[in-house]
Design a protein around this ligand. Sequence first.
Ligand code: F6R
Length: 248
Amino acid sequence: MEIIIVANEEEVGRVAADKVIEHLSGLATPVIGLATGSSPLGLYAELARRQDEGDIDFSHALGFALDEYVGIDPAHPESYRNVINRTVVEPLRMAPERVRVPDGAAEDLEAAVEEYDAAIEAVGGVDVQVLGIGSNGHIGFNEPFSSFSSRTRVEVLTPQTREDNARFFDSLDQVPTHCVTQGLGTIMDSHCAVMVVTGEHKADAVAAMVEGPVAAVMPASILQFHPNCIVVIDEAAASKLQHADLFR
Ligand code: F6R
């Protein structure tokens, strides 16, 4: 893991964008893995700005979102299909048909989740996977005790994750209870992973992921085994690291 500690949220977006561009530029068909949520918004905005400056071109890129709710109306503004359209596809001017989001409304969910991993493999894998981390250490929606070798599948959201995401809905009971998520094994297959984390509320999860043991209770800790994982965090998110000086 490469840990990069920067001053603030704006810097996180800028430095993470540098890393994404470094790993995608020169590829004829860059494949980017996409997280939703608040953490990567600065990164996506910075990538849009850098595309306008000619540093990168997403017109031939392919995208695969990490996850989607099950049991949400696909037309709901907070379905991840719509979130990805709003925060990634439109600002980066990607071709909508080249950006996939797991189909949480598929009639045959089992077939749909299997096909998702196969579709990623068919294009040669994800070149850069953008990640955030949940306050409970989840990546994608791989909640604590997910198998380290899991593939894309249907999962149950923990009460903690539903509470964390209630801010996107009118009330807690509107937050779906289930999701489709890429597995930890799927995420570990990415060629490069760029995680962005900001804020003190993530400091415990960051410390456990980086400095704790690799353990199922902290799903993100599996990234210690990722061959090319870069974690870009602000000072607040780094505040519980015992060895922050080693990373500076
Ligand atoms: C969402 C996802 C999640 C989020 C995590 C952090 O696609 O993969 O793992 O990255 O829940 O969410 P925020 O950034 O909203 O704090």
